[in-house]
Write a protein that binds this ligand. Sequence first.
Ligand code: FES
Ligand code: FES
Length: 174
Amino acid sequence: MVTINVNGVRREIQAPDDTPLLYVLRNELELSGPQFGCGLSQCGACSVLLDGKEIRSCMTPLALAAGKEVTTLEGLPARWAQHKGLSPAEAGKTLHPIQQAWIEEQTPLCGFCQNGMMIKATELLERVATPSVAEIKEAFTTSGPSAHLCRCGSYTAIIAAVQRAATVMAKGGK
Ligand code: FES
Ligand code: FES
C-alpha cells in the first residue's frame, strides 16, 4: 500500500509500487484531467504537479509519489483558493486564473493536450510572476523531459492565455 496526497486529500492506494501514477489517478481515483497521450514522457498530456513541480505521470511510478502532494487539473481551483485565503464557500465558485484565462482566450481546440499545458503554466507562474514570451516558450519546450505537444497547434493561444493569467495573478486574482 502507498499513501499519497491528491488535491489535498490523503489517499491509500492498493497497487504495486511500480504502477504508473497516471493509472492510479485515472483508474482508481477517477480523475479525468490527466490524459494518456504517448505513455512515454514525450507529449505532456499526463502532467500533474508533484510537490509543485510538473512531472509526467505516465512514467512516474506510484512509489515516487509516496508521502508527496499531487495536484491534478481538478485541484487547481483549491490551490488558487488556498493561495488567496478564500473561504470554502468562495473557493467552490472560483476557477484558477489559469483555467479562467484558458476559457477567455478560447485556447483549447480538441482539448486533449490542455491538461498538461495548464499544469505547466501553473508551475511556471508560481515560480515566475510575469514571464517573458521567451520564458513561456522555454517552459513549454526545453524545461522538461520533452516539449508539450499540441497536435491542433494552439501554441499562440497558449502564450496569450499564460500572459493573461499572469496579469490576473500578479494583481491577486482581480
Ligand atoms: S502521456 Fe505522459 S508524456 Fe505523453
Ligand atoms: S488542443 Fe488538440 S492536441 Fe492540443
